[in-house]
Design a protein around this ligand. Structure first.
Ligand SMILES: [Zn+2]
Length: 180
């Protein structure tokens, strides 16, 4: 038997309701039973409702866990940085205005990694105006990040950054070679 869409069922129910509302309508009981069956079909089953609720609560729990992890990483990274930008510029963080605020940078990107090793705390001006724009270059920022990893003994992340730097430098040499 073909399944009717919710919309079709609702339309049929409306027609049936109209038909029994007419004074002297015939087959009133059968029509009423049909309306009830449609009502049942349109009410989600308890099983489906429970499943939907469980899925929604699992999604909420995952979200809570993710935001708790972010908070934990942020807290540790902020404590490690103390009062100074971790890029090595020597500037203090400032709560006045917007340029000197603490902002956490995910060096490998937010989607790839969020850990104390792969995040550092930067002043907003270093982060948004320079690092994110690869100014003066991507290699420059990789070198700063390598220094930072060395300082804290983050050998795995440092190894990744060194490989990335070698790749970036090779690409730079190549583009210097081919440009006129
Ligand atoms: Zn800085």
């Amino acid at each position: 038997m073909p399944r009717l869409s919710r919309r079709n069922l609702e339309e049929i129910r409306t027609l049936l309701q109209i038909s029994i509302a007419v004074p002297g309508s015939r087959h009133e009981q059968e029509t009423q039973r049909s309306i009830e069956r449609i009502n049942q079909a349109l009410t989600p089953s308890v099983k489906r409702r429970v499943a939907a609720r469980t899925a929604a609560s699992a999604r909420r729990a995952a979200k809570r866990q993710a935001s708790k992890e972010t908070r934990d990483v942020y807290t540790v990274v902020a404590a490690r940085a103390g009062h100074f930008c971790e890029c090595g510029c020597g500037q203090r963080f400032s709560d006045v205005g917007l340029t000197g605020n603490r902002t956490m940078d995910h060096f490998l990107g937010k989607a790839r990694s969020e850990s104390v090793e792969t995040c550092w705390m930067l002043r907003r001006d270093c982060h948004l105006n320079l690092k994110q724009q690869n100014k003066p270059s991507r290699a420059y920022w990789l070198r700063l990040f390598i220094n930072h990893c060395e300082r804290f003994g983050y050998s795995e992340t440092e190894a990744w950054a060194r490989k990335e730097l070698a790749f970036v430098e090779a690409k730079e040499r190549l583009s210097e070679g081919v440009s006129p």
